[in-house]
Design a protein around this ligand. Structure first.
Ligand code: HMG
Ligand code: MG
Length: 329
């Protein structure tokens, strides 16, 4: 039997956080619904970060409320597919925001009976400069904030994903040593995360550099971390090489990947003057690549193409969407 690969779509978060305008919550809710319908395993819906830092996602609670309503009325979503909904939280305040949403959530849990937000993601970096620019603290300071976040999340029955950004290169410091990534991975594990997500924030990776980085991380954390539930690769696609990197990672046993439908995405704090941070690998290319390599996913490619239409409609300011009206607020 073909092996299963886990697909997470991060477009509502990593995609829309990098748009110059703020997209209306109702549009984001539609996008999440289309992604659930397409059969992805997980949707990263939004972030509970400072709205001064990322105003694009200041409506996280409203978006989750809309998603909950959709799940409740249609019977789709968690109950039927067991899709996991997640959000970024940089600190305790962010976790509080996520837990408040869970407490207020309406709509059916279906058979699973879990909370609406089933997973929160903390994020650290392998570059000190990027850590300062993105989260206003050194790598160690930022990881120290995660201790109470992880304990609080686990206490509430949530899983915790731990991102590491700039695993290949930093927009400010250049190439990052694989050994540095491995040490940050170790620290995240020590703070209690359930899974790691390795982010090539600026899409600098090649099969060679991604392979070397994965090898260093695996040596440090051990093969026990190398399964679909615990190790994910998060690629951006600046130079069109992300699909090759997926193939390389599959060959090295990685069974979980992030993508953003329609190739939206990029971290605003990874942008440098004159060069905006590039988009994520599109979930369409990701899924096609994984299927072509002989693995199965839960994704229906035709429905995924429809979700990509929704995404393109949102960032085009409403063009091509059902409402026809501008999506930005
Ligand atoms: P700070 O300014 O040092 O925070 O920012 P602070 O604790 O000093 O608080 C300052 C103000 O922010 C206070 O408000 C807080 O209440 C508020 P004020 O008193 O001034 O009115 N605040 C918050 N509000 C809402 N939710 C919160 C929150 N925390 C504080 N959680 C902080 C530190 C981490 C908060 C800030 O730097 C931040 O929010 N950064 C987020 C940046 C971000 O979201 N970047 C994009 C995601 S990472 C990414 O894209 C990479 C990834 O895709 C992987 C890859 O590609 O590599 C994941
Ligand atoms: Mg990213």
């Amino acid at each position: 039997v073909a092996e299963r690969v886990r697909i997470t779509d991060v477009s509502p978060r990593d995609g829309l956080q990098n748009e110059p305008g703020v997209i209306a919550a109702a549009g984001k809710v539609r996008l999440v619904g289309a992604l659930i319908e397409a059969g992805v395993d997980e949707v990263e819906v939004s972030s509970f970060v400072s709205p001064k830092w990322v105003p694009q996602l200041g409506d996280a609670a409203e978006v989750f409320a809309g998603v909950a309503e959709g799940l409740g009325s249609s019977g789709a979503g968690r109950g039927r597919r067991g899709v996991v909904l997640s959000a970024l939280v940089p600190n305790e305040k962010g976790l509080e925001g996520a837990l408040k949403v869970n407490a207020a959530a309406v709509g059916g849990d279906g058979a699973r009976g879990g909370p609406l937000i089933g997973k929160v993601s903390v994020f650290a970096a392998a570059s000190e400069t990027f850590s300062q620019k993105n989260t206003n603290g050194s790598i160690d300071e930022v990881i120290a904030r995660f201790g109470p976040v992880v304990r609080g999340a686990h206490g509430a029955g949530l899983r915790v994903r731990g991102y590491i950004s700039t695993v290949i290169a930093c927009p400010f410091e250049g190439a990052i040593e694989p050994g540095v990534v491995a040490r940050v991975a170790r620290k995240l594990i020590e703070v209690g995360v359930d899974e790691l997500d390795l982010g090539d924030t600026i899409g600098a990776g090649t099969p060679g550099s991604v392979g070397a980085m994965l090898e260093a991380v695996r040596r440090e954390v051990g093969s026990a971390w190398w399964d679909a539930e615990r190790m994910t690769l998060h690629l951006h696609d600046t130079f069109g090489r992300a699909a090759e990197c997926v193939v390389e990672a599959l060959g090295r046993g990685v069974r979980s990947f992030d993508g953003a439908v329609a190739g939206l995405g990029g971290c605003p704090y990874a942008s440098v003057p004159g060069r905006r941070a590039p988009g994520n690998i599109s979930t369409e290319v990701l899924v096609r690549t994984v299927h072509a390599a002989g693995y199965v996913t839960g994704v229906d490619e035709a429905k995924l193409a429809r979700a990509a239409e929704v995404a393109r409609g949102l960032v085009a300011g409403g063009g091509g969407t059902a409402s026809g009206a501008g999506e930005r607020v």
